[in-house]
Design a protein. Structure first.
Ligand code: PMP
Ligand code: GLN
Length: 390
C-alpha cells in the first residue's frame, strides 16, 4: 500500500458508528439487539401493500430533486393537521433520503467556516461530525440526568456573536426528553435575540408519551423564518430502512438547503415517496396509536431493568430509555459495560458516551424498547438471570 496523503481528518480519525458496531456484535453473538434504534413487529401491512402496488405500476426513474408533488403536498397537509403550520409545498417542503440526509444538507448549507454551532449533549451522533466537516465550531451545552432540564445559564452563555445556529432534538435521542413549552420559549427568545437559526430534528414528533404534547419550535413567535424542521417517515411508520425524510423551512432557507441536497442524494426512490404520501393521509389512525403501544413497551422494559438492579431514568418520548448501571460496577466504563452485557447477558445496548463529543464515560446506557413483547420479555429474562448470577 503506497503511503497516501491523509484524508479529511474529521472522517479519518473517526470510528464506525456505535449503532453499526453494536448491531454487528449482537448479530455475531446472538444477543437480543436493544441497541440500534429500529422497531420490530410494528411495520404497517397497509403501507407495504401500497408499496408493492406502486412498485408494479409506478415509475422507477428519478423524481424531482425536491420530491414528488404527492409527497410534498402530503407533508404540507401533515404539518398543518398536527402543528397548524401553513406551508407552501412548492417552496417550503423538500423530500430527503431520511432525517440523516436532511440534517446533513441543512448543516452543510447553513454553516460557514468559523461559525459556532450549539448542540445540547447528549446528542444524536451525526450532528457533530457534519458540523465539523462544514468547518463549524461545536459549542456543546450539557444536560444532566435524571431530568435533563435545560441549563439556562449555560445555554445563554454559549450564545456569542459568532453563533450561527442551534440544533434542537425534541423528543430527544438518547434521553427521551420532550422539551417543555417554557424551555422552548426560552430557546426561541435566545435564538431571535442572537439572530440565529434553529435546526430542529423532530423525527420522533409523534412518539410522545404520558399525555405530553410535542410542540415544534417553528410554531413559536418569530421562529418560522429561522427554523428548519426535519421529519422522518421511518419513525412515523416504523419503517426505518425506507430512509424517507423531509425538511420544511421558509422559502429562502429551503432554497439553499436544496443546493446541498442536490449533491448529496439528489432524490429518493419514487415508489417509497408514493407509499409515504399515501400513509401520511390514509394511515393516520395507525400512526396515532403508536405512542400508546410504545409507552406500554417502555414500561415493560423499565420494570424489568429496575428489577435487575438498573436505575432507570424517566423517558417521555422516542424509542429509548436510559439506565444507570452503578449497582453492578464502579470501575467499568459504559462502552466496556455494554460489551460485557452482550457477552454475559446476551443483550445489546448503547453506551451514552457515544452521544458526547469527548466520549467520556457516563455510567449510563441506552436501551431501545420499540420491540415486540416476546423480545422484551426474553431480554428482561436474560438480564435478570445475569444480574442474579453476579
Ligand atoms: N435524528 C435522530 C434523533 C435519530 O434518532 C435518527 C435515527 N433514527 C435520525 C435523525 C435519522 O433518521 P433517518 O433514519 O430518517 O435518517
Ligand atoms: N437513530 C438510530 C439510533 O439512534 C440509529 C440509526 C443509525 O444506525 N444510523 O439508534
Amino acid at each position: 500500500m503506497p503511503d497516501l496523503k491523509s484524508a479529511n481528518p474529521v472522517f479519518q480519525r473517526m470510528g464506525t458508528t456505535i449503532f453499526e458496531t453494536m448491531s454487528q456484535l449482537a448479530g455475531q453473538t446472538g444477543a437480543i439487539n436493544l441497541g440500534q434504534g429500529f422497531p420490530e413487529g410494528l411495520e404497517p401491512t397497509a403501507l407495504l401493500e401500497r408499496l408493492a402496488h406502486t412498485a408494479k405500476s409506478g415509475t422507477h426513474q428519478y423524481p424531482s430533486m425536491m420530491g414528488t408533488s404527492g409527497l410534498r403536498q402530503a407533508v404540507a397537509r401533515h404539518e398543518r393537521r398536527f402543528w397548524g403550520l401553513d406551508l407552501d409545498c412548492q417552496q417550503s417542503v423538500m423530500v430527503t433520503s431520511g432525517g440523516t440526509e436532511a440534517l446533513a444538507a441543512s448543516l452543510l448549507a447553513l454553516i460557514e467556516p468559523g461559525d459556532e454551532v450549539i448542540v445540547l449533549e447528549p446528542c444524536y451522533d451525526s450532528y457533530i461530525p457534519i458540523i465539523q466537516a462544514a468547518h463549524g465550531i461545536v459549542r456543546s451545552v450539557r444536560l444532566s440526568p435524571p431530568h435533563w432540564d435545560l441549563p439556562r445559564d449555560a445555554l445563554e452563555a454559549a450564545f456569542t456573536a459568532k453563533t450561527k445556529l442551534i440544533v434542537l432534538n425534541s423528543p430527544a435521542n438518547p434521553i427521551g426528553k420532550v422539551f417543555l413549552p417554557d424551555e422552548l420559549e426560552f430557546l426561541a427568545d435566545l435564538i431571535c435575540r442572537h439572530d440565529c437559526y434553529a435546526v430542529c430534528d423532530e423525527v420522533y414528533e409523534h412518539l410522545v408519551f404520558d399525555g405530553l404534547t410535542h410542540r415544534p419550535l417553528m410554531t413559536l413567535p418569530g421562529m418560522f423564518d429561522r427554523t428548519v424542521k426535519i421529519g422522518s417517515a421511518g419513525k412515523i411508520f416504523s419503517l426505518t430502512g425506507w430512509k424517507v425524510g423531509w425538511v420544511t423551512a421558509a422559502p429562502a432557507v429551503l432554497s439553499v438547503i436544496a443546493k446541498a441536497h442536490q449533491f448529496l442524494t439528489f432524490t429518493t426512490p419514487p415508489e417509497l415517496q408514493d407509499a409515504v404520501a399515501w400513509g401520511l393521509d390514509e394511515y393516520l389512525p395507525g400512526y396515532m396509536e403508536l405512542s400508546g403501544i410504545l409507552a406500554k413497551r417502555r414500561d415493560k422494559l423499565a420494570q424489568g431493568l429496575a428489577q435487575a438492579g438498573f436505575t432507570v431514568l424517566p423517558t417521555q418520548g422516542s424509542y429509548f430509555l436510559t439506565s444507570q448501571y452503578g449497582r453492578f460496577t464502579d470501575t467499568m466504563d459504559d462502552d466496556a459495560f455494554c460489551r460485557s452485557l452482550i457477552a454475559e447477558a446476551g443483550v445489546a445496548a448503547i453506551p451514552l458516551s457515544a452521544f458526547y463529543q469527548d466520549g467520556a464515560p457516563t455510567g449510563c446506557i441506552r436501551f431501545c424498547f420499540a420491540k415486540t413483547d416476546p423480545v422484551l420479555d426474553e431480554a428482561v429474562c436474560r438480564i435478570v438471570e445475569w444480574s442474579n448470577s453476579l
